[in-house]
Design a protein around this ligand. Structure first.
Ligand code: DQA
Length: 141
């Protein structure tokens, strides 16, 4: 199994960005721990971040035939991007939506996810563990 982890805007700032909400772990810390866990289960993975919506769309399109699943933290684009939703639908690769914070316990504009209806499921509110739980959900699938 080959899993593509995608991270959207401002997640490159994890560790310094609003630590009261997002914690102290950096994106690199999360990637290192994911790789350790993926190795244990003989899972291949790629881990990427971009601030650009179009780049996320392109990466999702290019995942077809290469990756078996996508774990996506679309960050703010979660709440705004029809383009991301259409890309997920177009490639039909099982996609898990993840968030570090519990988007439903925050501002109202974060309660709506435009991508949730085209994802297998949503994991939100467990900090870096949201990513590890997504990996766990895919192991053995
Ligand atoms: C986030 C939640 C989003 O609402 C926010 O825009 C982010 C991060 C999270 O992981 O908790 O940038 O996706």
């Amino acid at each position: 199994m080959n899993i593509l982890f995608l991270n959207g805007p401002n997640l490159n700032l994890l560790g310094q960005r609003e630590p009261g909400i997002y914690g102290n772990a950096t994106l690199r810390d999360i990637e290192v721990e994911l790789r350790r866990r993926a190795d244990q289960s003989q899972i291949e993975m790629d881990f990427r971040q971009t601030n650009a919506e179009g780049e996320l769309v392109s990466w999702i399109q290019q995942a077809k035939g290469v990756f078996d699943a996508i774990v996506l933290n679309a960050a703010a684009y979660t709440h705004t991007s029809i383009a991301l939703r259409d890309a997920i639908s177009a490639v039909a690769i099982p996609t898990i939506e993840v968030h570090l914070s519990n988007i439903h316990a925050r501002e109202e504009f974060r309660h709506k996810s435009l991508i949730a209806p085209v994802c297998v499921g949503q994991i939100s509110g467990f900090g870096p563990k949201s990513y590890y739980l997504a990996l766990e959900a895919l192991i053995g699938v």
